[in-house]
Design a protein around this ligand. Sequence first.
Ligand code: COA
Length: 243
Amino acid sequence: MRGYNLGIVLKITIITFVVYLLVLIIPGLIFKYAVFPLFKKDIYFFFLGLLLLLADLWVLMLCAIIFPGVCWRMLNLRFSGVHPLDLSVRDVRNWVLTHMIYLPTAVVLDFFHFYPLKAIHVWLFGGRIGKNVVMGGLVLDPSKFEVGDDTVVGGFSTILGHAVERGNIIYGKVTIGKKCGVGIRSLILPGAKLNDGSMLGAQSLLAKNIEVPKNETYAGVPAKKISIHSHCPNENFKKTNGY
Ligand SMILES: CC(C)(COP(=O)(O)OP(=O)(O)OC[C@H]1O[C@@H](n2cnc3c(N)ncnc32)[C@H](O)[C@@H]1OP(=O)(O)O)[C@@H](O)C(=O)NCCC(=O)NCCS
């Protein structure tokens, strides 16, 4: 990355450090004053301590969702447009900071498949996940992401709101409509859009700024329109799978 400026790097490091300090304060205090003393007593209290430790991990998870998101909003770390990949550019700086305070929690939420918590996390960072959405996969740039109600995004998918190309960084919103489907392990690049009722096949790559029309199915690398042979399991499939 061009434009390494010690002052800027230091500022990013300090903000990240402060955000994680905020995340750790409450669960840290619970551990010190409620969990740890139990471990020093007899075996029954030890197991009680383990239970309380589990509850404390949930508190940690909630703090890791709320504090970075609130800080992101207070510091207004939004980014957009096309810029040289240079830390002295405000949008690029905001993007780096966003990644540093957003991604660790996002990866953990994805690992445990905590869909409702994912929706709150993405919302705090400026994006939107609709109602009744099964949100598998990792949203790398939450402020550049919107998904409508009743959609399924397959696990291990990656949704990018940024692309680094030839020394520049491009930011663009990914929009997924209502009642859409994104196949497992797909990759969606910035500016791409799936209109209501559309489908992206498994392991597909939806390239930059490509729009999938309403109720159409795209698949492949790069994803193109495919001809659908059937919209429901055929008779042979039904027989062999005991329908
Ligand atoms: C895209 C998809 C919906 C198409 O299913 P379908 O409507 O039954 O269509 P078909 O299986 O008849 O396939 C139609 C054509 O598309 C091709 N195709 C299907 N899925 C494809 C994919 N993921 N990538 C590339 N080509 C694909 C088929 O080879 C076929 O090509 P042909 O016309 O040359 O024979 C399905 O294959 C798929 O990928 N579903 C994703 C499931 C998923 O991951 N869900 C989320 C997690 S639960």
